[in-house]
Ligand binder design. Structure first.
Ligand SMILES: [Zn+2]
Length: 429
């Protein structure tokens, strides 16, 4: 019996990949003050709700007070653009079965919500339509959720920030001073959860307010097609709450839709297994013969929404619900045999980290011990198996083997006997 259970659970793992937990970023200012907890990604098909906190986690600095950010609460679902792989996570806060696949996530986030340091909580969504108090049509009406600040009731019995309705209205008024389109106007929706909304009694914000923690949901609209506009509104709303709470912050960009559009395309670099590197900012949709392990790949990157999903024979590199590239694997035994490699770049001797991306103006060669074998992907010379100590220029490499769309970045792979040791990427610019 036990054996069968183990087999089924392994099958699940191989079908769906390992169950991914959320991450938390805690930013503390030098001066003490209130703490805001921002939770994104509870619904995987609501990308405004997770790309905004991803920018919050990486591009904001807190000067006074504190900001805690969970960008990817339902990470498995965010990566697959599904509302909830294991059911609606926002209906599991009143009760959850111990065998529910979201059990640990719910348990852990509840503990953070109830942390005595947390003064206010925001839960981010993209909702249907545009909320209006009066019925206009099927998109603009009282049962829509989009472009609204949601409260469960008017006030709660909390010393700080208990006047939920006043706070939400004030943030919405401020938000409405900068709209991309007039119809994007924000309103406050009170669900009167305790008396009217049975479903919402199971939600994250209701769990918070019954524990006297001020909580709000921010809903941008699924009917706004441009992700950058939704993220712009989410960040404006979050900043509005930070101002209300006296949290002082700085960011390294101007908050406007055009800047957000640029930032959303900055994916950063990913390193795999500590020996392999890809610049995700410009990468082809497929990378062939890519050195990767069958399982247990160790992924590190700058973007909080980065993950690698195995789909059939291939590996998809994901940033949230966006597929950045597909790796077509070349499975080889792996070992981290060396940390640096001696190279000659544009005539100068250098020691280059493995893995890294190195700029080359004109030419490069590796200059490593004979026991290693060098393979420059896209370069070949008759009769030569080890491409070490050959001076190579861009024109010597077949451009279709480049990693990027501009055909500037090429892979140098280092081998020791039958083992793959690591990679350096040369970037001709
Ligand atoms: Zn939602």
């Amino acid at each position: 019996m036990i054996k069968i259970w183990i087999l089924t659970s392994m099958l699940f793992l191989s079908l769906f990949g390992a169950h991914k937990h959320f991450s938390i970023y805690k930013k503390q200012g030098n001066t003490k003050g209130n703490t805001l907890l921002v939770i994104g990604g509870i619904h995987g098909n609501e990308p405004g709700g997770y790309f905004a906190p991803s920018i919050l986690a990486t591009r904001y600095k807190i000067i006074k007070g504190a900001l805690w950010v969970v960008p990817n609460l339902n990470f498995d679902s965010d990566l697959r653009n599904r509302r909830g792989m294991y059911g609606d996570m926002n209906r599991k806060f009143a009760y959850i079965k111990p065998n529910d696949r979201d059990f640990k996530i719910i348990k852990d986030i509840k503990k953070i919500i109830l942390d005595s340091r947390v003064d206010l909580i925001l839960n981010l969504h993209d909702g249907h339509g545009f909320y209006r108090e009066a019925w206009e049509n099927s998109i603009f009406n009282p049962s829509a959720w989009g472009q609204a600040c949601i409260i469960d009731q008017k006030n709660i019995d909390s010393k700080k920030f208990g006047r939920l309705s006043d706070i939400a209205n004030s943030v919405a008024r401020e938000l409405n001073q900068k709209l991309v389109k007039n119809r994007h106007i924000f309103n406050v929706k009170n669900t009167h959860t305790k008396f009217k909304d049975e479903q919402m009694r199971l939600s994250l914000t209701y769990f918070a307010i019954i524990h006297n923690k001020p909580a709000f949901a921010i809903e941008t609209s699924k009917n706004i097609k441009q992700l950058y506009q939704k993220v712009f509104y989410q960040l404006r709303a979050i900043e509005g709450f930070m101002r209300k709470m006296g949290i002082k912050y700085s960011r390294d960009f101007k908050l406007n839709p055009i800047e957000i559009k640029k930032i959303l395309k900055q994916y950063g670099v990913v390193t795999i297994n500590g020996n392999t590197i890809i610049d995700l900012d410009d990468v082809k949709s497929r990378l062939r013969y890519f050195p990767i392990k069958k399982r247990d790949n160790d992924i590190k990157g700058e973007n909080p929404l980065l993950a690698i999903l195995k789909r059939g024979k291939y590996f998809d590199v994901m940033i949230g619900n966006k597929k950045i590239t597909t790796l077509m694997p070349d499975y080889k035994k792996q070992e981290r045999c060396l940390k640096t490699i001696p190279m000659i770049i544009d005539g100068q001797k250098k020691s280059i980290s493995v893995p890294s991306i190195v700029k080359v103006a004109n030419s490069f060669s590796t200059n490593i011990d004979k026991k290693y074998r060098i393979n420059v992907i896209g370069f070949s010379k008759k009769g030569i198996k080890n491409e070490n100590s050959i001076t190579i220029k861009k024109r010597d490499i077949v451009s279709k083997y480049a990693m990027d769309s501009k055909s500037r970045k090429f892979r140098i792979e280092i081998y020791y006997q039958d083992r793959y040791c690591g990679m350096v990427v040369v970037n001709f610019n």
